[in-house]
Design a protein around this ligand. Structure first.
Ligand code: GTP
Length: 423
């Protein structure tokens, strides 16, 4: 059997909750646990036997960063990887439909579709096995997991037949409780999916020509609302339910810190060589830490748990970092302290300064709890306490405190700064 994989990465207008980190850099390339978010998808795909190619679909303009990433991923994974650009946001199903000829070229028997903002222990082999157990030919499989009742409302919820695992009912972000089984944003389709998308496409076009709709998003077709809801109960859509799956969405910067923790934890099984170890000449390592080979870390610094240090970062004596991501080219000067924060590309934190955010994570007492991706502001327009984010090229002087703050790129801070956004 031959398969392909499609990764949906959205475009510049998406990922708004990830600002300011997505202002200058496409969110799918943001490094989590030392590698761009979609590198983890590609790595999972490279373990699927007979994968014909990976298609990355989005509406970002091709950039040097994206091209460089795709070329190096192709080299490392030894799989053909192509970027296909939508002319506008066509929706999660519209993009697939637009590029259906490319997806079907080479005649794959099926293809995986990944949401680009997933953090997951991608169970692709298990999904394939589940999918191929059903012998009725053309059917589709979606990956699901369990969420607490209250949080399920933030996701696509589905009801399944306990025996056959057929999806009987699907509602995207329901108003009231439907089910605690939620859509993870990873699917295995057969080519027949295009017949279902085509029906919706033709209905939309007919509406335009009948003059019924002047809606600006008439090109948009969404997998969740437009395809899965009507497919439920027709014997075509099945769910591979992985109750205790390691899974999160990466919507906000806070959820990137959480995803960083999850992927670092996963490295114990998948890539133990990526985790820093304590040795006589190196810094003190606590728990899971990734240090890029080109970073220079003083032996008296203490890092961890759940810390990622990017390429070319310089960390001075006595520095303490925990639950944080330090991006490429940043410099942490002597004895500064970074907690629950993201330090942007080429930013500098002065000596003895403290950069601190509010710890965020799912309820540790509920094994199904998910990471909430809050908006930056609450209903009253107040900044929600979250991790601290320093945009790129930010300069923090010595001996100040930056607490629960978001600093936009290229700012030079003069003093202590708390619970604010610096625009
Ligand atoms: P929100 O909670 O409102 O963000 O919705 P969601 O979690 O259901 O996410 P959404 O459906 O917006 O996006 C799911 C994934 O598909 C993300 O990785 C997006 O970047 C990607 N995506 C969304 N819309 C498009 C689109 O029009 N084209 C492409 N290629 N990808 C898209």
């Amino acid at each position: 059997m031959l398969y392909k994989a499609v990764i949906l990465i959205g475009g510049p207008q998406k990922g708004t909750r990830f600002r300011p980190l997505s202002l200058e850099f496409p969110k799918p390339l943001f490094p989590v646990a030392g590698f761009p978010i979609i590198h983890h998808h590609i790595e999972a795909c490279s373990k699927v036997p007979d994968l014909l190619e990976i298609l990355v679909i989005g509406f970002y303009q091709p950039s040097e960063a994206l091209n460089r990433f795709l070329t190096s991923s192709q080299r490392e994974s030894n799989i053909n990887i192509r970027y296909l650009q939508e002319y506008t946001s066509l929706g999660t199903a519209g993009g697939l439909y637009h590029f259906r000829d490319q997806i079907l070229s080479g005649q794959p028997d099926g293809f995986f579709v990944f949401n680009g903002d997933l953090c997951c222990k991608f169970p692709l082999a298990e999904m394939l096995e589940f999918h191929n157990q059903r012998t009725n030919g053309q059917h589709f499989t979606l990956l699901a997991t369990e969420a607490p009742k209250s949080q399920s409302l933030n996701y696509g919820c589905l009801v399944k037949d306990p025996e056959t695992h057929e999806v009987l009912h699907y509602v995207e972000k329901p108003q009231t409780f439907v089910s605690s089984i939620i859509n993870c944003g990873l699917y295995l389709f057969t080519p027949e999916i295009f017949e279902h998308i085509s029906t919706v496409f033709k209905e939309n076009q007919a509406e335009i020509f009948n003059g019924d709709s002047f809606s600006s998003n008439r090109d948009t077709i969404r997998l969740e609302q437009d395809i899965f809801s009507p497919l439920a109960g027709t014997g075509k859509l099945f769910v591979y339910n992985c109750e205790d799956l390691m899974w999160s969405q990466i919507k906000s910067a806070g959820s990137a810190i959480y995803a960083n923790r999850l992927y670092l934890g996963l490295y114990h099984d998948t890539h133990p060589e990526r985790l820093a170890k304590n040795d006589e000449n190196g810094p003190h390592i606590v728990g899971d830490v990734f240090i890029h080979a080109t970073a220079r870390v003083d032996a008296t610094a203490t890092l961890g748990p759940n810390v990622t240090i990017g390429a070319g970062v310089i960390i001075g004596p006595g520095v303490r970092v925990r639950e944080s991501i330090i991006l490429e080219g940043a410099s942490l000067q002597d004895h500064c302290c970074i907690l629950h924060s993201i330090v942007g590309w080429n930013s500098v934190v002065g000596a003895w300064s403290r950069v601190e955010g509010t710890p965020k994570g799912p309820n540790p007492n509920d094994k199904f709890a998910k990471m909430d991706s809050d908006n930056l502001f609450d209903d009253h327009g107040k900044l929600t306490p979250s991790i601290t984010i320093l945009g790129s090229n930010v300069s923090i002087p010595a001996e100040v405190i930056i607490l629960n703050a978001i600093i936009l790129p290229d700012k030079e801070i003069r003093g202590t700064f708390k619970n604010q956004i610096l625009l």
